[in-house]
Design a protein around this ligand. Structure first.
Ligand code: ME8
Length: 515
């Protein structure tokens, strides 16, 4: 039986155009999904948009359009971005779709029916942040000017009082703490896990899970005038995406529980406290793991509309193209930590890792094969130096695999670069271009280098897929021999295979001149 792997991103609010933080999450999750496919796993990758809630209503009103019009316009932008980033999602869920309404109403019914009722009716009185779509306790707030109050996220909160349904989250404290203990891998990175354990240990309050002051949401079954709190329906997208409420469906049985939810650090409580509690209440298995990544800043500063420094991923793609943007996100930022989008660092990364290291190795070895062997891959008669570099490659790819299994994406990308550095050193030391009088030796070095490029390019498919495919095409690697097992195997492309003339794959970028 093939292993399965189900991975998701958070679903973004389409109240505006996507920013680089959204692109970052799509790219990193895509690398994880692509790696699982390279491992030969039957992989399902879901992303989408979270279209309900008061924030959508208010933004739409300010623009003089309906929430649905706003959702339609911006969901299209998120989809378009996923396409341009070469994101390999299998589905794109929109929470306004009928399948998702059905699914959310079913999880609600199950929660209402469980433990003699995990859902009860009362009145909510408290603080709400529209920007975060979240409730806050008085103690968490800070005071601003004019009596305004602010959530720890910096968003203004408003007092709300309304008739509402509640979820009995307080009853789940022990079960949640047991989950974190029994399954130490459930929350990553470690510091986030500790933060959540302390939060839950401090005690949990029941959560208000319906709203009555607006109607842009999923109707609560059997309770007219109530729509679900946006987070109840948002989290449910992860099961809708694999066929819930048809829990007997092949897809649901195959992919649920999800292997991994990738999210940002600001929404960890929703995913590691509310979500498992909702699922336990509904009698549905909880996901295996939630990984919280950090936030990207722009040239060292927090991105904000008021500062006007929000990085538009489309602009970056226009300037640099898809794979350099992907590589920067995957290599420059330690996955799980905050990172920065900075032009100088971007150009350095691209030029050193992609153009000078990867690109040069491939170009120099392949063009020398064209020049001296008419494009036919020479025979290798390996000496110790060749055995050593091949062993280095296999070990590096093994390390990449271990790193990817715990979402240490930047480490995996770093291993790839270390391998390519070693291969460039091998190539420079052996200096094949000076061996015209010893063609068999020259051929050995070129064939070995081409084989290292093949192995590296197979692994690189998770990171820079279009460029990796170009290398693999240039090496005449058949489509069905591009899995991780092929990158680790003893043999590669047979000697004598005629290779097409190589084309440069990566470009160097110039640093803008200081003015
Ligand atoms: O939170 N850097 O949507 P969202 C990196 N709809 N990641 C960032 C970021 C930044 N500067 N800013 C935001 C929501 N993100 C909910 C999710 S899931 C059931 C519902 C990340 O559009 C953020 O942490 O505000 C989240 O994971 C994702 O982008 C969508 O954020």
């Amino acid at each position: 039986m093939t292993d399965t792997f189900y991975v998701t991103t958070a679903i973004a609010y389409p109240n505006g155009a996507p920013h680089i933080g959204h692109a970052y999450e799509m790219i990193t999750t895509d690398a994880i999904a692509r790696w699982a496919r390279l491992e030969g796993k039957d992989t399902y990758f879901l992303t989408g948009t979270d279209e309900h809630g008061i924030k959508m209503v208010q933004t739409a009103a300010a623009e003089g359009i309906t929430a649905r019009e706003l959702a339609d316009r911006n969901a299209a932008r998120f989809k378009e971005l996923a396409g341009r980033l070469d994101v390999s999602n299998d589905d794109f869920i929109r929470t306004t779709e009928p399948r998702h309404h059905e699914s959310s109403q079913e999880i609600w019914r199950r929660m209402a029916a469980s433990n003699n009722g995990d859902i009860y009716q009362s009145t909510y009185k408290g603080w709400y942040s529209v920007r975060d779509e979240a409730y806050f306790d008085e103690e968490e707030l800070s005071d601003g000017e004019d009596g305004k109050k602010f959530a720890p996220t910096g968003a203004e909160v408003k007092w709300v009082e309304e008739d509402s349904y509640f979820f009995r989250l307080s009853a789940y404290q022990d079960r949640l703490l047991k989950l974190y203990t029994d399954r130490p891998d459930f929350i990553a990175p470690e510091e986030r896990r500790n933060e959540i354990i302390s939060f839950v240990k401090a005690g949990l309050r029941d959560v208000s899970i319906s709203r009555t002051t607006f109607d842009w949401g999923i109707p609560v079954p059997g309770a007219s005038g109530h729509v679900m709190y946006v987070w109840v329906d948002a989290l449910t997208n992860y099961i809708t995406g694999v066929g819930f409420p048809d829990a007997a469906s092949e897809q649901f049985k195959k992919f649920w529980p999800a292997n991994l939810h990738v999210i940002g650090k600001d929404i960890i409580r929703f995913h590691t406290v509310y979500w498992p509690a909702f699922l336990m209440s509904a009698g549905i298995e909880v996901p295996h793991r939630v990984f919280a990544h950090g936030f990207l800043t722009s040239e060292g500063k927090k991105m904000s509309k008021s500062v006007g420094n929000i990085v538009d991923p489309h602009e970056q793609l226009d300037l640099y193209g898809t794979d350099p943007v992907r590589w920067y996100c995957l290599r420059e930022v330690s996955f799980g930590q905050d990172g920065d989008w900075g032009r100088e660092k971007f150009i350095n990364r691209n030029n050193s890792d992609l153009a000078n290291n990867f690109g040069n190795l491939a170009q120099r070895s392949l063009s020398t094969i064209q020049k001296n062997f008419g494009g036919a891959l020479p025979e290798a008669q390996p000496t110790e130096a060749e055995h050593a570099i091949v062993a280095t490659a296999i070990a590096a790819i093994g390390k990449m695999d271990l790193a990817m299994k715990t979402q240490q994406i930047h480490e995996a990308a770093g291993e790839l670069t270390t391998l390519l550095n070693a291969a460039n050193l091998y190539f420079a030391d052996q200096a094949p271009w000076g061996l015209k009088a010893d063609l068999p030796r020259m051929g050995t070095i070129l064939a070995t280098t081409a084989d290292i490029v093949r192995r590296a390019a197979i692994a690189a498919q998770a990171f820079v897929p279009a460029s990796a495919a170009k290398f693999l095409d240039a090496l005449a690697v058949p489509e069905d021999q591009r899995l991780l097992s092929h990158a680790l195997s003893a043999s590669g492309v047979p000697a004598g295979t005629v290779l097409p003339p190589p084309e440069p794959v990566f470009k160097k970028f110039e640093h803008p001149k200081a003015v």
